[in-house]
Write a protein that binds this ligand. Structure first.
Ligand SMILES: Cc1ncc(COP(=O)(O)O)c(C=O)c1O
Length: 403
């Protein structure tokens, strides 16, 4: 049979719509790097790219797990040791009462988002997500044919959610409401009364809450309240993982838990478990190591937070000294989300980010990649790099913007 060329329409519209600004911008950076330009990567929230290190006891636990032969497939929902360790950690740190059967191990929260949206979203469904938001919440809702409705987070009020906007955007098609606390990209940490207000709205309208708490312990000024700890009769799905707080993003280990009064989420959990079985399991040695990590001493964190706090203060001060840039102070995570006065120099924040990259080699992410509505005219800078690198990047940004 003669060889046929691929049909033009072979690729689905579904995959054509996928965007992930945080890594999409790297494509241009790599082209420039290949031509000899030095690039300063301040775009990605990987805590071990610069001078932070994975705690050695975790690395040992991972190696031990592999040496002890934990290299086979594991149970699809996760090994019992891991699920128990999550129960213990969530009780100890976040004051949440769940059982091991409520926990499902995932290949990072990212897989959890995908599975959750696959189970909840059909064409016509709407999911409320913060504006701006961590981009996969937008991408996966769209992927499964739904609409991600971003609700406004108010910059002047430390990026706290606008409760009126949320209420106005709830319809009979609203499948779930997402909150991210502490937040990426804004660094906001919500006081417990804000979390309570979100829980109350969800309860009033009968909407499940999805609470992403991956930065739960990376906070500087305010200790966050976990959503499930406040939600008495409102179903909450919690997303968390080891990538950020335990400095092991490459292990791809996370979890979701179902906090469900009256077993309200039992059917949803079954549909997530079906997906867990079809993808077989998550990284087995990582689950064994994480079971130890979640219970072990966390003294390393004090140093991590103190160094991050210095970097937070540095970037916050220096960015606010630049004409045309202003920003609120992040209270958690390792992101800052300044606004930029584009004047007539750049037509969009993306154009600004690309011009900055080409001129200075400093790579940040355009705010519209986190939500075209509430993220535009901003950019996100990751302050994980050591102070000398941050300072020279900020010198370059200042010169570029003020020139
Ligand atoms: C809010 C939020 N959720 C989830 C993730 C992804 O986490 P994981 O590595 O567990 O997939 C990130 C990563 O940046 C994040 O910022």
């Amino acid at each position: 049979m003669p060889r046929r060329s691929l049909r033009n329409n072979l690729i689905t519209e579904r995959t054509k719509t996928i965007r992930y600004a945080i890594r999409d911008v790297v494509v241009t950076a790599k082209h420039l790097e290949a031509k000899g330009k030095k690039i300063t990567y301040l775009n990605i929230g990987d805590p071990i790219v610069y001078d932070f290190e994975t705690p050695p006891f975790l690395v040992e636990a991972f190696c031990d797990a592999a040496k002890q032969g934990h290299n086979g497939y594991s149970a699809s929902a996760g090994i019992p040791e891991f699920r128990e360790a999550v129960v213990d950690k969530e009780k100890r740190i976040n004051k949440i009462s769940i059982g091991a059967a409520d926990v499902i191990a995932t290949a990072g929260i990212s897989e959890g988002i995908q599975m959750m949206m696959a189970a909840l979203v059909s064409p016509g469904s709407e999911v409320l997500v913060p504006g701006p938001t961590y981009p996969p919440y937008l991408a996966f809702v769209r992927f499964f044919g739904g609409t991600a409705q971003t609700y406004r987070c108010i910059e002047e009020e430390g990026w706290r959610p606008d409760l009126d906007d949320i209420r106005a955007k709830i319809t009979e098609n609203t499948a779930a409401m997402v909150l991210i606390n502490p937040n990426n990209p804004t660094g906001a940490v919500y006081p417990s009364k804000t979390v309570q207000a979100l829980v109350d709205i969800a309860g009033e309208f009968g909407i499940p809450l999805i609470s992403d708490e991956v930065y739960d312990r990376l906070v500087y000024d305010l200790v966050p309240t976990s959503t499930a700890a406040l939600a008495k009769d409102v179903p909450v799905i919690g997303f968390n993982g080891l990538s950020k707080v335990y400095l092991v993003p490459g292990w791809r280990i996370g979890y979701m838990y179902f906090h469900h009064p009256n077993q309200d989420l039992a059917e949803l959990k079954e549909h997530i478990l079906k997906q867990a079985r079809i993808r077989i399991c998550t990284n087995a040695p990582a689950q064994y190591a994480a079971s130890i990590g979640l219970r072990e001493s966390d003294t390393y964190l004090k140093d991590v937070i103190s160094r991050l706090q210095d970097r937070r203060d540095l970037v916050w001060k220096r960015l606010n000294e630049i004409d045309g840039i202003s920003t609120s102070k992040p209270e958690g995570s390792f992101y800052i989300f300044p606004s930029i006065d584009l004047q007539n120099r750049w037509s969009t924040d993306e154009e600004f980010v690309m011009a900055l990259l080409k001129e200075t080699g400093v790579l940040v992410v355009h705010g519209s990649g986190f939500d075209p509505v509430f993220g535009s005219d901003h950019f996100r800078l990751v302050f994980l790099a050591p102070p000398p690198i941050l300072n020279s990047a900020l010198d370059a940004i200042q010169k570029f913007v003020e020139s």
